[in-house]
Design a binder for this molecule. Structure first.
Ligand SMILES: [Fe+2]
Ligand SMILES: [Fe+2]
Length: 325
């Protein structure tokens, strides 16, 4: 896809404020929480006791909840896929170290703590077949993803806005469910990650807001296009050992729906939130095709709502190789 010079100009315009965004939406590394802040310290004498507690509490969690937590962890662990995709976006230039590549690096540094922390927790939990989980992670890195944004910054920032909101919901709900079983450590872990996702969502939503101010017709069309294609989850090609590409994703997503950690209703709610956030209803100065795109977008939540009522989620749990008996 060859992009218009307009998109590059828009990226350059917004880029002028990158230093401000870094301060506003990301945190200085040495002040930021680190995975070790939330995990037992192996230098301390109480280490083994803490592990015993972690393992006892992990047993209290439902099978589906644990499966979703593992799937969420794998999704975080394939961060290299996300970084390499972001670096390829038109207007982001790592060779010349432009402002946007600075943003991507800083965002990646923050995000990298999520997979680190969750992976270490799962390793200590005593409930995970780590080898199987690692195989799934490696497959997913190897298989990549197809999120249909191309190298377009507009489509890509729409995608990241949506995704950061989706991961916020999912980590936040796991935190709540974990706390309900008395697992306050895991509640804290997922809660602190959810807070990062929310901060990141605010940034990407703002980038899109700025684009709407400068190039409203083109980004309206990009939003329509992304919603027509549907926003796929970053782990949509998930598989397990011996399985086919993408085969495991439905089971992961069904488990998330069963325990209402992330549902089709959430997808619709995110869409509604974004339509409101970007003030789609009241955008002025757009061309005829963008007007049509707006009509499509404004009617979309209701259309999806009718579909959601017909969706049936299988009640039966799927047996994941990730979870030790
Ligand atoms: Fe994350
Ligand atoms: Fe994120």
């Amino acid at each position: 896809m060859k992009l218009s010079n307009m998109r590059l100009e828009v990226m350059q315009t917004i880029e002028k404020s990158i230093d401000e965004f870094l301060v506003k939406y990301l945190k200085p590394i040495e002040e930021n929480w680190q995975p070790s802040d939330l995990l037992p310290d192996s230098k301390e004498p109480g280490f083994f006791e803490e592990i015993e507690e972690i393992q006892a509490l992990a047993k209290e969690m439902s099978y589906d909840l644990f499966a979703v937590l593992i799937g969420d962890t794998i999704t975080e662990e394939v961060l290299p896929t996300y970084e390499s995709w972001l670096m390829e976006i038109e207007g982001i230039d790592q060779e010349n170290k432009n402002g946007w590549s600075k943003w991507v690096r800083a965002w990646t540094a923050e995000e990298n703590r999520h997979g680190d922390l969750l992976n270490k927790y799962l390793y200590l939990s005593g409930r995970v077949n780590m080898r199987e989980m690692e195989i799934s992670t490696q497959h997913l890195l190897n298989d990549g993803f197809d999120i249909q944004t191309g190298r377009d910054p507009y489509r890509s920032f729409i995608y990241t806005s949506f995704q950061e909101l989706a991961t916020n919901i999912s980590h936040r709900r796991v935190a709540t469910l974990a706390k309900k079983t008395g697992n306050s450590r895991l509640g804290k872990i997922c809660g602190i990650i959810a807070a990062d996702e929310s901060r990141h969502a605010t940034a990407y939503k703002y980038f899109v807001t700025r684009i709407f101010e400068i190039d409203p017709s083109a980004i309206m069309l990009a939003l329509e296009d992304m919603m027509k294609k549907k926003i796929v989850m970053p782990a949509h090609l998930l598989r397990e050992s011996g399985g086919k590409i993408g085969e495991l994703f439905t089971h992961f997503s069904d488990a998330a729906q069963r325990i209402t950690v992330y549902t089709t209703q959430d997808y619709i709610d995110i869409l509604k939130l974004l339509l409101k956030e970007w003030n789609i209803e009241n955008i002025v100065g757009i061309n005829d095709s963008a007007e049509e795109a707006r009509d499509y977008l404004m009617a979309l939540p209701k259309r999806l709502q009718r579909i959601v009522e017909r969706i049936k989620i299988p009640k039966k749990q799927f047996e994941f190789k990730w979870i030790a008996a």
